[in-house]
Design a binder for this molecule. Structure first.
Ligand SMILES: [Zn+2]
Length: 745
């Protein structure tokens, strides 16, 4: 219902006329009949000419990428669905049937491209070293090979292989004696060891972050909540009957602790009993309760909306910590952490630790954690620390049953991703770079146009926005000076033939390299990216006012589709999306240099908030169905992503119109001639989101900031008038509802 095709010379009426034209062959006729016949012949000739002209006037693209695009789109589309009723079903209805995954229960274009990229990277890692390749690539191959050679035979026969892990365990210095009352808790020292040796935190996160006041200066030390929530569940059923005191539970805890460490360190070969860490955590009711309370704090902190962290001195942080009555000496902790890892910071802390500046994203979380610790018996904290250590040791666990080349491959890409990404350098030729750059320029032009035409922003804010846009930097593929960056990045990393040794060195390496930022000025141009070139994704960095698109993204069907209409619909909308993040509810806080400074007038900000509120309501009302399960979208949680989707698509659409203005109309797709370029643009936009997910809504829990894929199609397009026009969706149809179409720009 409601859909009217834009098809030249192919309507039913013209065929009806041509069928009528057969009447000219009748022999007996009168004058009226003659006139009618002449008229009919004339109409027939005209319509035949029209049909012929229409078909010959439409140029059809016959290149291989165009043919491939037709196949891709046709395989995804369900043409029995009315596009004005449900454009996601229309565009993606057959995706699951035609693109089944043989290995996992879900599939998407990102997964499909990722498996192609992985194949390429695997071949790259299996090649011999090339003389012209960066040294870092050779190290990466060595790491991969050492992992592959760590075969089952070696695991059982050669106990020397485990000695690096034993040394690590000794360095941490934790064993069951830690539970003795005579041994101090020493949380500062132990926390710093966790961070130094196993790249891990115990009760709070510590990292570095750009200084929001001046993003080009050195970074600030960030004491933070964790990036992920914690999911510990209290096992009430097992624990309810346990009325034992803490001391009565200790022997059980020690028994499990020893079993776990023996197992992980391969120390006691005769021990057959395999246990899991959850047993350890549930040996005592108090320990379970502590873990549960702590997880709750982490969970709440994860969902607290915080834009920019708060800068304070170490003295201020210490005072706030002391208020909780828990004794934690920040200076001691940080000195221990930096003594070997970053002596320059260590020196600064020796000189004057009180005035040392840090940034924290949630001081309430930190205070709550220390309050919880202050109320918890020391023995329970110690048990928690020990179980945490065991949990970290699991990262180095070797399980012969799950040992596979696939494991080694994902470990290598995960730990040395910046170097495995080197496999992608040959995918980005000059013409691809030029076309992507032109697309990007057109998108920035389109955003300028949207800002200029917006009725609600005052001139002051408009000018500042134009200025910020002018300063925006875009990077495609991989970093400039990639070879130098790689060699510099991994120069201190030592890779040997022993896989475990490598795993430990690389863990320490990652823990250490971060702290450079605290003393060195930021050099965005000559730094590794936050995303590797072999990742099918893109990101924006508000503190740099920049956007990055790794080489792996620029591949069919997201790119190289034969027609720019499809490229703009897919990759263009992603560029627009990332660009718009710099102006979403968080990105708008950063100015053109990436510094946090108010550059909006209050009046413009009020109107922005009203418009954002409209978006929140729009998404809150979207009900999604997946595997007979239903869910309402959380408009607040997904606001920034939804703004980026809606604004980004519009930018890319206007950018495409500009492309056509410059280069002329594009041909149509073979076999899909009835769809014009604008329709293909929106079809491409939708098809990039085709996916299925057997786990249903699990993925869309409270931590996911994106709307489900189907909503990124339906929700966004139903707010886009240009879509309704291109597909002639009458007002009042689901894809072109009568209510207000919320727009920021
Ligand atoms: Zn986004």
């Amino acid at each position: 219902m409601g859909y009217q095709e834009h098809v030249e010379g192919k309507g039913i009426s013209s065929f009806t006329i041509s069928q009528n034209g057969n009447a000219v062959y009748k022999k007996n006729y009168n004058k009226t009949k003659l006139c009618l016949t002449v008229l009919t012949v004339l109409v027939f000739c005209l319509s035949t000419f029209y049909i012929y002209y229409s078909y010959t006037a439409i140029e059809i693209c016959k290149t291989k990428p165009c043919l491939q695009s037709t196949v891709t789109l046709m395989n995804c589309m369900n043409k029995t669905v009315d596009p004005c009723e449900d454009f996601y079903e229309f565009a993606c209805g057959m995706f699951e049937t035609n693109y089944p995954s043989y290995t996992t229960s879900d599939n998407s274009w990102t997964d499909i491209i990722m498996s192609k990229v992985n194949y390429k990277v695997k071949k790259f890692l299996s090649r011999n070293n090339g003389a012209d390749e960066p040294e870092a690539v050779h190290k990466t191959r060595k790491f991969y090979t050492a992992c592959l050679n760590f075969t089952e035979g070696l695991i059982s026969d050669d106990s020397n292989y485990y000695s690096p892990l034993w040394r690590l365990w000794e360095e941490l210095g934790l064993d069951e004696n830690y539970l003795n009352d005579t041994v101090a808790l020493d949380l500062e020292i132990i926390s710093s060891k966790f961070r130094k040796y196993i790249d891990s935190n115990i009760y709070f996160g510590i990292s570095t972050i750009e200084d929001p006041r001046n993003s080009s200066s050195h970074a600030l030390l960030s004491i933070s909540t964790f990036e992920e929530s914690s999911k510990f569940k209290l096992k009430n059923d097992k624990m309810e009957t346990n009325n034992a005191t803490i001391n009565e539970n200790i022997p059980k805890f020690i028994e499990y602790f020893q079993l776990m460490t023996d197992q992980l360190l391969n120390r006691n070969q005769t021990c057959q009993k395999r246990i899991s860490n959850s047993l350890l955590l549930n040996t005592s009711m108090e320990l379970s309760y502590f873990n549960f309370e702590y997880s709750k704090l982490r969970h709440d902190a994860f969902h607290t909306e915080i834009d920019i962290g708060k800068i304070m001195t170490l003295r201020e942080l210490q005072n706030l910590t002391d208020e909780t009555q828990f004794k934690f000496n920040w200076t001691l902790y940080l000195r221990e952490l930096f003594r070997e890892n970053e002596p320059r910071v260590y020196e600064q802390l020796l000189e004057n630790s009180d005035d040392y500046e840090i940034i924290t994203d949630n001081i309430v979380f930190l205070q709550n954690v220390f309050s919880l610790l202050s109320k918890t018996p020391t023995k329970i904290i110690k048990m928690s620390v020990l179980s945490n250590a065991v949990n970290n040791l699991l990262k180095f666990q070797i399980v012969p049953e799950t040992w596979s080349p696939e494991y080694c491959f994902s470990l290598t890409t995960e730990r040395l991703g910046m170097a495995t990404g080197y496999a992608m350098v040959d995918t980005l030729d000059d013409s691809t770079k030029a076309a992507a750059t032109e697309m990007n320029d057109n998108i920035i032009w389109a955003f300028h146009k949207m800002i200029s035409e917006s009725s609600w922003m005052d001139d002051e804010t408009k000018n500042a926005t134009h200025r910020k846009l002018d300063y925006t930097k875009t990077y495609f593929g991989y970093p400039n000076n990639y070879t130098n960056i790689l060699n510099d990045l991994y120069k201190n990393l030592n890779i040997t033939e022993n896989h475990l040794e490598n795993l430990i060195s690389i863990t320490r390496f990652h823990s250490k390299k971060l702290w450079n930022n605290l003393v060195q000025k930021k050099d965005g141009e000559n730094k590794e990216w936050k995303m590797n070139p072999d990742e099918v994704n893109a990101y924006s960095d508000p503190s740099m006012n920049a956007f990055f698109m790794p080489a792996a993204f620029l591949q069919a069907p997201l790119y190289h589709n034969g027609l720019e209409a499809l490229n703009y619909g897919m990759t263009g909308s992603t560029i627009g999306h990332e660009l718009s993040h710099n102006y979403d509810n968080t990105g708008r806080l950063f100015n053109e240099y990436g510094n946090v400074l108010q550059w909006w007038t209050n009046k413009s900000y009020e109107e922005y908030s009203r418009r954002a509120g409209c978006m929140i309501d729009h998404y809150n009302n979207i009900l999604v169905t997946m595997h007979n399960d239903t869910m309402y979208v959380n408009g607040n949680q997904t606001l920034n992503e939804n703004i980026a989707d809606v604004v980004g698509l519009k930018e890319s659409y206007f950018a495409y119109l500009r492309y056509v203005e410059k280069h002329g109309q594009e041909p149509r797709l073979p076999g899909m001639e009835k769809y014009n370029s604008e329709q293909l643009f929106f079809l491409g936009y939708a098809v990039q989101f085709c996916q299925y997910d057997q786990s249903g809504f699990e993925y869309y829990d409270e931590s996911n900031l994106h709307s489900p894929s189907s909503v990124r199609v339906r929700g966004v397009l139903s707010l886009t008038q240009e879509f309704a026009n291109a597909w002639s969706c009458p007002s009042g149809t689901p894809m072109n509802p009568k209510k207000e179409k919320c727009q920021i720009w």
